[in-house]
Design a protein around this ligand. Structure first.
Ligand code: SF4
Ligand code: SF4
Length: 448
């Protein structure tokens, strides 16, 4: 289903709002020496045996550059992934490496100028997609260390103001783009009235706690509706939680430990208190690793529930023969975007493909798919950062080159941020491919 008029209007409004966050919060006031000290402290605190091996292991083969969406589109060496770790490496070499006595003579200490120079390298110019980490023959996890570098920037008060705004909103109000309980209820009642779905909020004894996101509440209501319809159809004993429904975690995206913990524990505590067996994450890519792996680490113990994302949950039902779908007529050819955090990081590949097959659609894969799928270009919160716009365009170019080669009529996605980025990219480039939510397609094609 392409965007109808109502969704197009919502998109224009939402996209405008999402691109107007710059400068809404006061920059962090801090002495330069303090910024440098705090950034170095993060690098030192996070350093462990793996970091040391990663930072020592590079053989300068250059393969990571050839894996990166931004380098591929521009051939500009400034996008070389491993170079993003230079600050971290210098701190490691001077403070921790076996040859630190030598490095203290020849390797310059990091300065405030270095921090400011590297801020765009680890925010605007990297979506932490992990493709370079996948390709590196030495197994260096560049994306993970870029995340550490973001944490260092956050501590130094140098987070891009758009992400700072989002973190402060999540820390303060607990919302994303003002999508609070009142707005959630408004949206749910609207879906109930228009589509006759059954809605459950704070239902005791539920098996599944479903999360949603500000993006779906404001804009991609078809994905929210599709998820609810399908859960109702499958007779899943589900509920939303009125005080822990937001899945997005800008702490994880921006590198703010404090925000990440706060948002994560709100969900973990609510799900634990309700005694659910499963937490179902919506079409929101980064929520998957945030809840599936990082949440247990933050809690300090195994989670008392399993975590699944919606395309994974529905796909498994299809694979087990429990969910039948109507065939979409017309021999429609589609292609699939595997969101980095759900696919490359999470290994959810077969499930969305099972759904596509069940819908009777012909899947033409992009040349790079599954683990090697390209990012949409706007991941890790970069779709909000104004200064990242030219770089996003490069990533989008790399992605769309492969998408267009498939000859598909529609691009299917299971991440709202990717979907937003594709729609925004289309506005800028004139690409016309229809972008569809997998959850929405499932919900629209349930048997009568
Ligand atoms: S691919 Fe790995 S070993 Fe090669 S340059 Fe990049 S980080 Fe170094
Ligand atoms: S955007 Fe992806 S491939 Fe490029 S440096 Fe970042 S993690 Fe690596």
């Amino acid at each position: 289903m392409s965007m109808d008029k109502e969704m197009q209007d919502s998109f224009a409004m939402f996209y405008g709002m999402s691109q107007s966050l710059k400068g809404l919060v006061e920059p962090v006031d801090m002495e330069d020496e303090e910024r440098v000290r705090k950034a170095k402290q993060v690098f030192l605190n996070k350093a462990n045996r793996d970091t040391a091996i990663n930072l020592e292991a590079c053989v300068r083969c250059g393969l990571c550059a050839e894996a990166c969406q931004f380098y591929i589109a521009s051939e500009d060496p400034k996008y070389t992934p491993i170079a993003k770790l230079d600050l971290m490496k210098r701190v490691y070499q001077r403070e921790l490496s076996p040859f630190r006595w030598l490095h203290r003579i020849f390797t310059p200490d990091i300065t405030i100028g270095d921090l400011r120079e590297f801020q765009p390298k680890v925010f605007d110019e990297c979506t932490m997609c992990g493709r370079c980490s996948m390709i590196c023959p030495m197994g260096i996890d560049i994306a993970e260390m870029v995340h550490t570098s973001r944490e260092a920037m956050v501590e130094a008060g140098l987070m891009p103001s758009e992400l700072d705004y989002m973190c402060r909103e999540q820390d303060g109000e607990g919302t994303i783009f003002g999508a609070n309980e009142e707005l959630l209820n408004f949206r749910l009642n609207d879906l109930k009235e228009k589509h006759g779905v059954e809605i459950f909020v704070d239902k005791p004894g539920s098996d599944v706690m479903m999360l949603t996101s500000g993006l779906d509440i404001h804009l991609f209501t078809d994905a929210l509706l599709g998820t609810i319809r399908t859960l109702d159809h499958l007779k899943v004993n589900w509920t939303l939680c009125s005080h822990a429904f937001e899945a997005a975690n800008f702490g994880l995206l921006a590198g703010s430990d404090k925000t990440q913990k706060h948002i994560t524990m709100r969900i973990v505590d609510a799900a634990t208190e309700m005694g659910v067996k499963t937490v179902l994450t919506p079409e929101c890519g980064h929520t998957y690793p945030a809840m599936r792996w990082a949440a247990a680490e933050i809690s300090g113990k195994p989670l008392p529930f399993e975590v699944m994302t919606v395309s994974e949950f529905f796909g498994r039902q299809v694979m087990e023969g429990k969910l039948k779908l109507k065939k979409i007529p017309g021999d429609k050819v589609v292609t699939l975007h595997d969101p980095c955090k759900v696919g490359r990081h999470g290994g959810v590949f077969d499930e969305p493909r099972a759904i596509i097959k069940e819908l009777g659609l012909k899947l033409n894969e992009t040349e790079s798919n599954r683990e090697l799928n390209f990012c949409c270009g706007g991941g890790a919160g970069n779709f909000l950062v104004q200064s990242a716009a030219p770089v996003r365009k490069l990533g989008f170019q790399t992605k769309m080159k492969e998408v267009n080669k498939t000859g598909a009529e529609a691009l299917l996605v299971s991440c709202g941020s990717c979907r937003l980025n594709f729609e925004a990219g289309k506005l800028n480039t004139g690409d016309t491919i229809q972008v569809d939510s997998i959850a929405a397609l499932v919900g629209e094609n349930l048997p009568d």
